[in-house]
Design a protein around this ligand. Structure first.
Ligand code: GLN
Length: 487
């Protein structure tokens, strides 16, 4: 098997057994990147020298018989919304074109401390606003399954890199679906953890009450491996939780007999869900039933308001978070003539932030303004509570919930789907989970016209281990995780 065809855990076993060196693993990724990334365009920045240097250090430590963490030598790609010390971090925005953070995000640091080797930073929708990767200020990432199609977003480059065999694993962030949806469109495992399970420290904030960081991987064991490294309390993130972290690999293989699952009808039967995608997910649900899961149809009448609710809360928070990008404290500063400091702010922002980002800042400030606050922002918070309660009460009766992750397979680059029935369905698939702060995983469950379809499994707070158990049982009983794009 070629190195780049291995899963992360297969590679770590080979590294531990000294069948493969870290330098070879890193080199295999860069060979792939050199051959393919001109077309895939997953990476914004490569950290070739530091990666090879770290790989050599790990190889000599291993040769000297030092005890190393299980993931030592594993190459990883990080989303460009995560701060990396001394490595350019742009959030795919001209605003941060030359921004070099002074510190690592906690997730980046934990991966580094566990011996993982950063290959580079991946493309995304600007400030994580979007679902296609087309909102990047720098490049459009292609879907490795069909280079004329989008990989999904906003963690576009991370998904494409892992699917293309350019990286073994990657990090993403998920505010409204940005890990799960690209994972679905690229045929990967994508895990959005419970809010607070993984530190947000050093993640450039979008919607702080919704943002989460998690892995995009080739299979379920890989996701467990990465969660073991990145989950857990961080004193630097006031919203991070101190709920104990289990070993996520130990529950893999436990059978599903007697577990109760609720299938969310409002998502599965949303008008925007493509019938072939619906059928594929229905088959996956039947498969779970064959594995002993008790399946029940459930109704969550408020999830259809997720889009409206998210469309107020996320921009409101973004308008505040992005206010620091003013050309003085951070970011691009205009060269144009200016009259005063406000003019400097305005011109710097207008010249460097993309249209989608500007739109959301304007919407956010509007819904927070004195005259509109009660009608929009306050109302949205109430609806959020209803959605949260509805999901939580369903999860009291069921061990997990199921739906499609995306209503459609990857669409063509340039085929704008915003404001369509499809985009409303897409929002209904993923956004309720962020509004409720719950964990959810994308599990590849079939192909339609040669393109991946994903099933979403939603869990109770801090029950990531259950999601991995369910995903693993399904994965082991099927062949979908072995399907790779032919590049
Ligand atoms: N598509 C959603 C948005 O644009 C989700 C983005 C995300 O999860 N970061 O807000």
């Amino acid at each position: 098997m070629a190195i780049h065809d291995m899963t992360a855990w297969q590679l770590t076993e080979q590294l531990q057994a000294r069948q493969i060196t870290a330098v070879e693993a890193v080199q295999a990724c860069y060979d792939r990147i050199d051959t393919l990334d001109g077309q895939v365009k997953a990476f914004l920045t490569l950290t070739r020298e530091s990666a090879l240097e770290q790989a050599r250090a790990i190889d000599s430590a291993r040769a000297a018989g030092e005890k190393l963490p299980p993931t030592a030598g594993l190459p990883i790609a990080h989303k460009d919304g995560l701060s990396t010390a001394a490595v350019r971090t742009t959030c795919a925005s001209r605003m941060l074109d030359n921004y070099v953070p002074a510190y690592d995000a906690t997730v980046v640091k934990r991966c580094h401390d566990a011996g993982m080797i950063m290959l580079g930073k991946t493309n995304m929708d600007e400030f994580a606003m979007g679902s296609s990767g087309e909102n990047s200020a720098f490049q459009v990432t292609a879907n490795p399954w069909d280079l004329t199609r989008i990989p999904g977003g906003s963690s576009s480059g991370s998904a494409a890199a892992v699917a293309a065999g350019e990286a073994f694993v990657a990090t993403g962030s998920d505010t409204g679906g940005s890990i799960r949806q690209p994972a679905a469109l690229c045929g990967l495992i994508g895990l959005k953890p419970t809010y607070g399970r993984v530190s947000r420290y050093g993640l450039i904030a979008y919607g702080s009450s919704l943002d989460t960081v998690g892995p995009l991987c080739r299979d379920v064991r890989d996701a467990a491996l990465i969660m073991n490294v990145i989950a857990g309390h961080d004193p630097r993130d006031a919203t991070s939780s101190d709920v104990p972290v289990p070993d996520y690999t130990t529950g893999l293989g436990a059978d599903l007999d007697g577990l109760r699952a609720g299938v969310v009808q409002e998502i599965l039967h949303h008008d925007g869900v493509d019938p072939t995608v619906r059928q594929t997910v229905e088959q996956a649900i039947e498969h779970l039933s064959g594995l002993g899961v008790e399946i029940e149809e459930i109704h969550l009448p408020h999830v259809e308001y997720s889009q409206a609710c998210y469309g107020i809360i996320a921009p409101a928070e973004a308008s505040s978070n992005l206010a620091r990008l003013d050309g003085v404290r951070y970011g691009y500063r205009t060269d144009s003539e200016i009259t005063d400091i406000h003019d400097l702010f305005a011109k710097s922002r207008a010249e460097s932030l993309g249209p989608e980002v500007q739109l959301r800042i304007i919407r956010g400030t509007y819904v927070l303004s004195a005259g509109q606050y009660d009608a929009y922002y306050m109302k949205a918070l109430k609806v959020r509570t209803l959605i949260k309660q509805e999901l939580e009460s369903a999860l009291e009766r069921h061990d997990f919930l199921i739906s499609p992750t995306s209503p459609v397979v990857a669409s063509s680059i340039g085929e704008k789907t915003e404001n369509s029935m499809v985009s409303r369905a897409a929002a209904t698939c993923t956004k309720p989970v962020n509004l409720a702060g719950l964990p959810a995983i994308n599990v590849p469950c079939g192909l339609v016209n040669g393109l991946p379809v994903g099933m979403q499994v939603i869990g109770r707070p801090f029950d990531e281990a259950r999601l991995l158990q369910v995903a693993y049982a399904y994965e082991q009983a099927t062949e979908w995780h072995r399907a790779h794009p032919e590049l």
